[in-house]
Design a protein around this ligand. Structure first.
Ligand code: B12
Ligand code: SF4
Length: 538
């Protein structure tokens, strides 16, 4: 079996649906895209097909981020009974082309298409596949191959980010330096009307657990820790904190085993509020992605929450917050939208994602808008993703203005609050000060590791940042400088030394990067090939 992601290049406009504004990068795509050389850059593997590969016994190749030529070569070099293609909606044009290529180059192969692209209504008419798989793919593939679909899920060891760069410097890909990705479940039972991941895995009230208990999760994390030598985990679960018994059992096991792990998680506000700050600190939560949506939205998860207070409290406890705000909700008008964006920016979260309110095929919002006749016709599916322009008729905001407000939001957040790298250093220092004498040694150790980073490359980065950011906002540049001074108070020799020695190098690299970006430099992920059970095939 061949399992492939869609072909690149990704970060440039082409006829198959690639878009320059849609790089294969999490932060630079939708979070720090206006932060120039300060934007952290990295790629993430296609975890869905990695999970399927790890859970079938058939000889299997995963081809991640191929070029068209590499995909063609793979089809010609091996006889594949099955070719599985994984894609999201924006990449449907590439799926079309890949199906055409399979029919031409490997006509005997059965084509299976899975991932969010399957949510497009009547996708069967768009792509020439034998099977379109909606929802969870591991059980589907096991069943298709005649294997036990209910067998326990094996978790592959996944390094969360690849080829990381910051301020123009490429980070060394040392073992254990980057967090491991853990996927405890897919879907989210909250069922917000616009949410594609919730809808794709069953919608309101539904989700699929790969690891239902804290014990199972702990065992999986220990195995990955041993293999990748990591102590931090990017937990890819839409709402990790929602399942409190699982999280608390995980905490118990971590305490028993003395695990000083760091968790990067996603959680909704109602779920976060079920925990005390002490519980979050002990659980190792050090980075949190939360939907802020809008102060006037009516989503159940936000009811009764004081977001100003919550986001501040989290940061004061050393938890880096990535807040996500929706631009273009039904109640937004040109008169109130900038005020709402300013309000959201005022939370001073470490990172801020802005997304256009977007009816994506497969969601309840899409169905509602379709019934109301508000969907714009002839919008290319490659442009329906929330980072470009509205794909529906908004009562008060035009399609072109939607883009203007969105771009402005990112820009304004950057100018007012400074680079996210600076903000997260500030939060890390707050955490260190609060927890350096904490009774639980696991927690102390975690913050000591963060302090080590702060006095190292991060302090050097702050030195360069305060100089480079002066052009954008002098008062934020002053704040960056005072943060650096505070770090140097904690670590007078090492932090100063690092700033003095590495700072100028980073400043040079950052300025060089800024020039490259101005000339249109983009980044593409490497092609990766992994074969399993391969000997058995020959
Ligand atoms: C990691 C990630 C990325 C990575 C890319 C990873 C990659 N290599 O492609 C980055 C950060 C680069 C990225 C970029 C973008 N992403 Co993204 N991303 C995610 C994220 C956070 C995790 C995906 C994941 O691994 N999930 C866990 C795995 C296990 O689930 P899964 O991939 O869905 O796979 C399961 C099933 O779908 C199915 N399946 C998947 N593939 C296949 C194949 C076969 C053959 C079969 C049978 C089954 C099958 O089985 C799997 C196991 O159950 C999701 C959100 C989420 N929680 O899923 C968004 C998400 C997939 N991204 C999304 C979007 C829109 C984008 C962007 C357009 C940015 C944006 N504007 O939001 C860009 C597009 C970049 C591009 N040029 O293609 C949307 C897709 C919406 C849609 N309906 O199509 C999602 C759902 C986020 C959201 N809620 O809006 N993304
Ligand atoms: S809480 Fe978040 S993940 Fe869950 S349905 Fe709402 S938007 Fe989606």
């Amino acid at each position: 079996m061949l399992l492939s992601s869609v072909f690149g290049p990704y970060a440039q406009d082409d006829d198959f649906g690639s878009r320059a504004i849609n790089p294969m990068e999490l932060f630079h795509n939708q979070v720090t895209r206006e932060q120039g050389c300060f934007s952290p850059r990295m790629f993430h593997r296609s975890w869905g097909i990695m999970m399927i590969q790890a859970n079938i016994s058939a000889p299997c190749t995963v081809l991640d981020f191929p070029t068209r030529e590499r995909f063609a070569r793979e089809l010609k070099a091996n006889h594949y009974d099955v070719v599985g293609i994984s894609a999201i909606i924006v990449n449907v044009g590439k799926v079309q082309e890949m199906c055409r290529m399979v029919r031409e180059l490997s006509p005997e192969s059965v084509i299976i298409v899975g991932g969010h692209v399957a949510a497009i209504p009547n996708v069967e008419a768009l792509v020439d596949a034998d099977h379109i798989v909606r929802g969870e793919g591991i059980a589907w593939m096991r069943k298709y191959l005649g294997e036990d679909e209910h067998a326990p899920i094996r978790h592959p060891a996944i390094v969360s980010g690849l080829q990381e760069r910051f301020m123009g410097a490429r980070m060394p890909g040392l073992k254990g330096r980057t967090a491991a990705t853990i996927i405890p479940s897919v879907g989210c039972p909250m069922g917000c009307n616009f949410c594609t991941t919730s809808a794709f895995f069953g919608g309101k009230g539904k989700f699929i657990n790969f690891y239902a208990s804290g014990d199972e999760l702990f065992e999986v994390m220990c195995a990955v820790e041993a293999e990748l030598k990591v102590n931090s985990f990017f937990v890819m679960d839409e709402n990790f904190l929602l399942y409190r018994p699982r999280a608390l059992r995980l905490l118990e096991r971590m305490k028993e085993a003395g695990k000083s792990w760091e968790l990067y998680i996603f959680a909704s506000v109602n779920a976060i509020r079920k925990y005390s700050m002490q519980e979050l600190a002990e659980l190792g939560v050090s980075w949190l992605w939360m939907g802020l949506e809008s102060p006037h939205s009516s989503y159940g998860k936000l009811q009764g929450a004081d977001l100003t207070q919550l986001t501040r409290e989290l940061r004061e406890n050393g938890i880096r917050v990535l807040g996500s705000t929706i631009v273009g909700l039904e109640h937004h008008t040109p008169g109130n939208i900038t005020g709402e964006i300013e309000h959201a920016i005022g939370y001073q979260t470490d990172f801020h994602q802005f997304m256009l309110y977007t009816p994506v095929p497969g969601t309840p919002l899409y169905q509602d808008m379709e019934q109301e006749g508000r969907l714009l016709q002839n919008i290319d599916l490659a442009d329906i993703h929330g980072q470009f322009k509205f794909n529906f008729i908004h009562a008060a905001i035009s399609r072109d203005d939607s883009k203007r407000f969105l771009d402005w939001a990112f820009r304004r957040d950057f100018e007012r609050n400074g680079p996210s790298l600076f903000r997260m250093c500030r939060t890390m220092l707050l955490g260190w000060r609060r927890y350096k004498d904490y009774p639980d040694p696991r927690v102390r150790e975690r913050f000591a590791r963060q302090m080590q980073k702060l006095r190292g490359a991060y302090n050097a980065a702050l030195w360069a940042m305060e100089r480079e950011f002066k052009r954008v906002n002098e008062s934020v540049s002053e704040q960056i400088r005072s943060l650096r001074k505070e770090i140097e108070k904690e670590s007078p020799i090492k932090a100063r030394l690092n700033a003095a020695l590495i700072g100028p190098v980073l400043l040079y690299l950052a300025r060089r990067e800024e020039k490259r970006l101005a000339k249109g430099r983009t980044y593409e992920p490497p092609t990766i090939i992994e074969r399993t059970n391969w000997v058995a095939a020959s």
